[in-house]
Design a protein around this ligand. Structure first.
Ligand SMILES: CC(C)(COP(=O)(O)OP(=O)(O)OC[C@H]1O[C@@H](n2cnc3c(N)ncnc32)[C@H](O)[C@@H]1OP(=O)(O)O)[C@@H](O)C(=O)NCCC(=O)NCCS
Length: 176
């Protein structure tokens, strides 16, 4: 893990983040998102999203990347500071390359983003949505003291309204 560098993302990272995002959804959400989407438009969809996010960032958007020494992207996190008046800042995406999972990188990305959010957030809380079917992802967040506080329906069109769980940390500094 010592050879990993964490830094803020820039416009030039969009293609690599989009590719990792698409590969991670194909792998981790194979039984969650529609096969037509996973086999087809996912790459163009993620490229469009990431080009827009990094070219014209929304207020409060925080995107960090983790790269190895050769510069290859190994993971990323995208958050929005103070996204919700009740539930606080939002982790919108957290993905680690399949061959780098289980060695602490996801935790490192989440804690570093929490520190960055905590430095400027108006409110103390953090939340995210995880698919109920993403058992490993949910285990990761609950191991880091996140608590499931409610259920909802995914807004991702290719998810067909599958159940998502809101995971909440009342105090960002728990993670920072
Ligand atoms: C969830 C994820 C970000 C965690 O990052 P990570 O670097 O693997 O996590 P860490 O090494 O810090 O922690 C390991 C924990 O992650 C969880 N985990 C989730 N998916 C895993 C995987 N494919 N391999 C190993 N661990 C995984 C496990 O619960 C593990 O904890 P455990 O040892 O107590 O079982 C990463 O596994 C990932 O990208 N998964 C696919 C995408 C995803 O589900 N993202 C979250 C969307 S809300």
């Amino acid at each position: 893990m010592n050879s990993i560098i964490l830094r803020s993302a820039n416009e030039g990272d969009a293609p690599a983040i989009a590719a990792l995002h698409a590969a991670s959804w194909r792998d981790a959400y194979a039984d969650i998102l529609a096969p037509d989407f996973l086999n087809g438009e996912i790459e163009a969809d993620r490229r469009m999203v990431w080009t827009q996010r990094l070219d014209t960032p929304e207020a409060g958007q925080v995107v960090n990347v983790a790269c190895d020494r050769s510069g290859r992207l190994r993971g990323f996190i995208c958050c929005y500071r103070d996204a919700d008046p009740v539930w606080g800042s939002l982790v919108d995406n957290l993905h680690v390359a399949a061959d780098a999972r289980g060695s602490g990188l996801g935790e490192q990305l989440l804690r570093a983003a929490a520190r960055r959010l905590a430095a400027h957030a108006a409110g103390p809380a953090l939340h995210l949505w995880v698919f109920e079917a993403n058992v490993a992802g949910l285990r990761f967040y609950t191991r880091l003291s996140g608590r499931v506080v409610e259920t909802g329906r995914s807004q991702i069109p290719a998810a067909g309204g599958k159940t998502v769980l809101r995971v909440h940390w009342p105090d960002l500094t728990q993670l920072a």
